[in-house]
Design a protein around this ligand. Sequence first.
Ligand SMILES: [Zn+2]
Length: 372
Amino acid sequence: MSSHKRMSARERRRQIHKRHAVIVLTCVVLVAALIGGTYGVTTLMLRQAEPAGASSTVSSRASAGSSGVSSAAASSEAAPSSTGDPTRAGEAFEVSKTNLTGYQAKYPNLYVKTKVGQWKNAEDKAVYLTFDDGPSNLTPKLLEVLKQYNVKATFFLTNQPEQKNDIHYIRDIYKAGSVCAVHSASHNYKKIYASVDAFLADFNEMYELIQKETDGHCAPFFRFPGGSNNPEMSASVRKGILQEMTRRGFFFYDWDIDSQDAMGAGASKIYENVISGIQRGGNIPLMHNSAVKKATLSEVGSIIQYGVQNGYTFKTLDGTLDPSMYSFSNSVFLPLLKDSPNFKLSDKHEARFASLLGISSVPTSSTVTSSN
Ligand SMILES: [Zn+2]
C-alpha cells in the first residue's frame, strides 16, 4: 500500500516536471517566434530610418490592434487567408465591431463607409496635385487658379491654431470639386506619433471637421504628417497605426514627387522639381497650401500650363489609385492589406508581396536559431 503510494507520488512528481518542461518549452518557442517576427518586420523597413526605443505600452497596444484585424477578418469571411478573389472587387467595406476594447472601441463613426474595390495603377501621364497643411488665407486664390484651368486637386487638411479664421475654406474646396482628406488636426509630430491612441484622437478630430464641412465626403485615405516613414514615429507605433487604420478601412498616400516647398525652395525650384518629376513618370507631387507657401501658389498655374501643353491630365485622388505605388512603408503596409478582407490586391501587389516575403524569410529564421 505504502510502496504503491510512494510510486504514484513519484509518478505525480514526474508528471508535474514533464508539464513544467512543456510550459517552459512553449514559452521559449513563443518568445523566439515573437523576437524573430519583430526582427523580420523591422529589417523590412527598407526606406525607414530606425527609430530608437519603442515603449512597452505602445507594443501592447499594437498587438491589441493586430488581434483585432485578424478577428475582423475571420468574422467577415469564411476563408480569410484567400487572396486574388475577383468577386471581392466593389464589395462594401465590412468589419466586425463587436467585442472591441481599448482604442478599437473608440470613435464608432470613424470607419470608411464607401465601397472598396480593386486598386488600379495610374494612367499614363496622369498627375494628381496634392496640397498639404491647408486651408489658409491662400486657399481662395489657389482655388481660383485651379478653376481657371478646370483642374481639381486633393487637399490633405489640418486644423492648427493659425488656421482658425480660414478653416471654413474646407467647404469651398469641397464645393469646387476638389477632394478633402485628413492630414492631421494638430500636425504636431511629438503629440500624434506618441501612441496609436494619440494618433487616433487627432485623426478623428480632423475627420469629424471635414465630414461636417463636406456633408460627409471626407476621403477614405489620408497622408501622414511628414510621410509614413517619419522618423518621429517608432516602428511599433507605425505598425499599430497602420493596423488600426486599415481595420477601419482607411489607407494612405505618400508621394513620388517632392516640390521641396516644405524645405523652403523658391518658386523656380518648386516649378523645376514638379516638372522634372512628372517628366520622369511621377504622378503625385507634394505641395503645400499653408499661409506661408506663397511661392508654391505662384507656380501652380505654370505647372498646370506645362502639363496641359504636354499631354498630361490632372486628376483628383479618388481612392482607386494603387496606394502601394506611392507608399514609403510597404514592408508594413502590404502584409496588412493582404490580411484584410477589405482591400483587393492587384497582380502588382501580389508580386511585390512575394518579393517582400522572399526577403523576410532569411533574417527571420536565422534570428530565431541564433537568439537562443
Ligand atoms: Zn504637413
